[in-house]
Write a protein that binds this ligand. Structure first.
Ligand code: IPM
Ligand code: MN
Length: 373
């Protein structure tokens, strides 16, 4: 089959990790006889530098014409410490989410057996963790009315949700739970916020349609503690935009490295796939960033397109790289040498294509450079 992917490398380490995901996709295309075409598009600080805006019209068009979108990261320290900046790289991502109505952000959090030792949390606490975070992505305080008073002494960000916005993601979360451990935890602040009370009411109503799925509730402050104290209690987490942003970053410590975590952002018509790590600007161009989150995002993209076997092939290659200790510095064991970002991509592509003799090939590629294996 022929597929066209919009590729938005973005800023920081975005381009280098996205390149590794493309290597994995190319290997899949070859083995499974597909044609994957890539249309590159600009977003973020690089787009501001080139065009003056963080999300050029052409990028939106490229995304709408594609079968799916593979995205790296946006952001730049030049803008972070300038509160008066009117144009920011992140606005590109916000606008794209809104323009494509990518209302459902799914972030799988898994404790890989091999990586239990990499988490600062105790092994026996995190072992077996398998959570799917469903974060609402196009509403709430991110997109509510924003205002700065005339005298610039008071600022507002309104948090707004409609029943419709809550309903559409809730159905997706419950459907996912039906294929998993049949539990949904709604995370909110219903003791304080009106929007949270609307979430509880709406979700409770919808839950009646999914009798095989258990629903429980947790306040966000408690959830932030529970997710590091007892993460295996969660199956599907359903939550609004800002709480989802925060809780998913907290949950990354379970995975051993934020460099492992992929995500999908889904709407009725379009879907975007991205690592959740962001730009990691200090590492830009140094070839030290972990590309696995981007590679796993590519796997999620294939799964979304119904290419399950192909997605599995990527997942198996990732598992193998962890088994062999072919990892970037964030995951390496004390007695191992870290592999470069591009070498991880080479290994993953190589393993997808050659499986068994891949170790040999990898050794050859690295002859004289590394003692990893
Ligand atoms: C994320 C990011 C974004 C967000 C930023 C870059 C605007 O942190 O995707 O989680 O807050 O949604
Ligand atoms: Mn975030």
């Amino acid at each position: 089959m022929k597929y066209t992917f919009a590729v938005i490398p973005g800023d920081g380490i975005g381009p280098e990790v996205t390149n590794q995901a493309k290597k994995a996709l190319d290997a899949v295309a070859e083995v499974y006889d597909h044609i994957f075409l890539y249309k590159e598009a600009q977003m973020g600080a690089c787009a501001i530098d080139k065009t003056g805006v963080p999300l050029p019209e052409e990028t939106i068009r490229t995304c709408k014409e594609a079968d799916a979108i593979l995205f790296g990261a946006v952001g730049d320290p030049r803008f972070d410490n300038d509160p008066s900046a009117k144009i920011r790289p992140e606005q590109g991502l916000m606008e794209l989410r809104q323009e494509l109505e990518l209302f459902c952000n799914i972030r799988p959090i898994k404790a890989y057996q091999k990586l239990l030792k990499n988490s600062p949390l105790k092994k026996d606490i995190i072992a077996g963790t398998d959570i799917a975070i469903f974060r609402e992505l196009t509403g709430g305080i991110y997109f509510g009315r924003k205002e700065l008073s005339k005298d610039k002494k008071v600022a507002y960000d309104a948090c707004q949700y409609s029943v419709d916005e809550i309903t559409r993601i809730t159905h997706l979360a419950f459907k996912e739970a039906q294929n998993r451990n049949k539990k949904v935890t709604l995370i909110d602040k219903a003791n304080v916020l009106e929007t949270s009370r609307l979430w509880r009411k709406t979700v409770t109503e919808i839950a009646k349609e999914y009798k095989d799925v258990a629903l429980d509730f947790m306040f966000i402050d408690n959830a932030a503690m529970q997710i590091v104290m007892n993460p295996t209690q969660f199956d599907v987490i359903l939550t609004e935009n800002l709480f989802g942003d925060i809780i998913s970053d907290v949950a990354t410590v379970i995975g051993g490295s934020i460099g492992m975590l992929a995500s999908s952002s889904i709407g009725e018509k379009y879907a975007l796939f991205e690592p959740i790590h962001g730009t990691y600007s200090q590492a830009k161009g140094k070839e030290i960033a972990n590309p696995l989150a981007s590679i796993l995002s590519a796997a999620m993209m294939l799964e979304y397109l119904g290419l399950e076997e192909e997605a599995d092939a990527i997942q198996r290659a990732v598992d193998k790289s962890l088994d062999l200790g072919i990892t970037t510095q964030d995951l390496k064991a004390k007695n191992q040498t870290a592999a470069l970002t591009s070498k991880i991509g080479d290994f993953i592509a190589d393993y997808i294509q050659n499986q068994e003799d891949s170790n040999m090939n990898f050794k050859n590629i690295h002859m004289g450079q590394s003692t990893i294996i």
